[in-house]
Structure formats: structure tokens, C-alpha cells
Design a protein around this ligand. Structure first.
Ligand SMILES: [Zn+2]
Length: 283
């Protein structure tokens, strides 16, 4: 009888332990006393639960370190593509003579082919965008002034440096369409997916449509973006994220990496805050 009671107590206590979240910091002392950790509100870092600000900072540091290790990896996978000038020639937009002239000019000036053919009057902007889309196996999105969807956020600095715009989003299915002007940046697609948890598809938009959209949105641009343009250490990025987390009364953070920036999204019940940290060339 006594033994079965002990069994019962240990069964219940292990069930309680299962139901109560454990801090993802494996060295956290509160994990020894489940209830102490559980009673704290805690914070989430990319899907992992941390019991308090100190453990959050540690989790953020680990997450940032892992992202820096993977830096550049998602940008290297590229399928071989037909050069744009040849593609325009194959579509009979460029004649053989024009093709020769374009290639010579590109060699001498280093300018991109899309700009050269438009400057010389050999192709229209629509023809260039459609050829670029074909080159990358993506559709085109044809509007003169795209309206940015209100329910998706992307830091303006990233739109400008990648020449990319969020165009359409389906909140219910968590799907986002992202328009590029010059090339598809896979690392950006991957980063947006990990920060927003939307699945992202790429398409192409005209350069003028991109510029129009950015001009129109200048005045109404979101205020909840912070940019750290000086180069920060990993520890500094984690501490700054923790400070903003506490200041905003937020519930967690997600991180993503781009060419030059670490993107931290501090997630709250009402609003999100985006922090961009400029990255040094090497750590
Ligand atoms: Zn903890």
C-alpha cells in the first residue's frame, strides 16, 4: 500500500513536470524547481521558452551566434541561368548587332544589361522585367504603384538594399508574395520566413513600380523600426534585444540574418518592433 502511494506521487510529479515548461537554458537553476520557473511569464526565442530576461538574453545570444555561422549559406545555391542579353536575343527583342553592342558596353562599363538595353532604346522596361522573371523562373506582378499590404512588415532598409517589396499577403494561409527588381535573393526569402513565419514566394516587378511604391509610402512609414548602423558585437545585440523586449512589454523575439544586417523582431501582444543591427564583415 505504501509503495503504491509513492508510485502515485512520483507519477503525478512527473506529469506535472511535463505540463510545466522548462527553461531552454540548460544551466538555468529554476529548472530544478519546476514551479519557480513556471510561475514566471517567460519569453520565447524562435520557438524556445526562456524563464526570464537573463535566460532570454542567453537564448538570443545562442540564436544570433548560430545565424552568424550560417551567414551567406542560403545565398550560394543558384541554378545556372541564361544571361539576360542572350535571353533578350532569343526572344528576338535584340538583333545580332544590338547583342554585340550590348555585350561590348557591359564589358567596358560594368553596367547591368537591363539598364544598358533600356538606355540604348533596344528594349522596354516591361520586356526587361519579363525576361528577368523568365531567367529566374518566376511570374511578373504588373502594377504601376504597388500598395504595400498593411498586415505584413518588412524593414525599409531591407527593401531598399535588396530592391524588394512585399506585395500581397494571405494572413490565414500565412503566405506572402515578395517582388524583386533585379534578382531573387534567396537569403532574404529565407530570413523573412524565419522572422514572420509566413511562407514567401518571389515574383518580379518593374523598377519604376518599386520606386513609386517606396515614394508613396515615405510619409506613412511605420515608426516601429530601430536601426543600429554602427557595428555591434554578439553580446551587444543580445543585450539591446533584451532591453527593447522589457521596454515594450513583449513576449518574445525572432531573429534572421541578411547580407549586412541581423534582423531582430521583438514580438508583443499588440505590436511588433523590428531592430536591424549592422554586421561587420567578419566576426
Ligand atoms: Zn531560465
Amino acid at each position: 500500500m505504501r509503495i503504491s502511494a509513492i508510485h502515485e506521487v512520483s507519477r503525478i510529479s512527473s506529469r506535472v513536470a511535463q505540463l510545466m515548461p522548462r527553461c531552454s537554458n540548460s544551466d538555468c537553476k529554476k529548472n530544478t524547481f519546476h514551479i519557480a520557473a513556471w510561475r514566471q511569464r517567460g519569453f520565447d526565442v524562435a520557438g524556445q521558452w526562456f524563464c526570464g530576461p537573463e535566460c532570454f538574453e542567453l537564448g538570443a545570444k545562442e540564436c544570433i551566434t548560430a545565424l552568424l555561422t550560417s551567414r551567406g549559406k542560403n545565398d550560394s545555391a543558384r541554378a545556372p541561368r541564361m544571361p539576360l542579353a542572350l535571353l533578350l536575343f532569343s526572344r528576338e527583342i535584340l538583333s545580332a548587332d544590338q547583342l554585340k553592342q550590348v555585350l561590348t558596353e557591359q564589358r567596358e562599363t560594368g553596367e547591368n544589361v537591363g539598364n544598358i538595353v533600356q538606355c540604348l532604346g533596344f528594349a522596354t522596361e516591361e520586356q526587361v522585367t519579363s525576361a528577368l522573371a523568365a531567367q529566374w523562373g518566376c511570374p511578373t506582378f504588373n502594377v504601376e504603384v504597388p500598395k504595400l499590404p498593411a498586415d505584413i512588415q518588412m524593414p525599409r532598409r531591407l527593401m531598399e538594399s535588396y530592391r524588394a517589396l512585399p506585395l500581397h499577403c494571405v494572413e490565414r494561409e500565412r503566405k506572402l508574395l515578395l517582388g524583386f527588381v533585379d534578382a531573387v535573393h534567396h537569403q532574404l526569402l529565407y530570413t523573412i520566413e524565419s522572422v514572420t513565419s509566413f511562407s514567401v514566394s518571389a515574383c518580379f516587378i518593374k523598377a519604376t513600380a518599386f520606386e513609386n511604391a517606396l515614394r508613396v509610402t515615405t510619409r506613412t512609414f511605420r515608426q516601429n523600426e530601430v536601426l543600429f548602423d554602427r557595428k555591434n558585437s554578439i553580446a551587444e545585440m543580445a543585450t539591446i534585444s533584451r532591453n527593447y523586449l522589457l521596454q515594450c512589454g513583449a513576449t518574445g523575439a525572432r531573429f534572421g540574418i541578411c547580407q549586412d544586417y541581423m534582423w531582430a523582431r521583438i514580438t508583443g501582444a499588440k505590436q511588433n518592433l523590428d531592430i536591424l543591427f549592422r554586421l561587420p564583415d567578419h566576426y
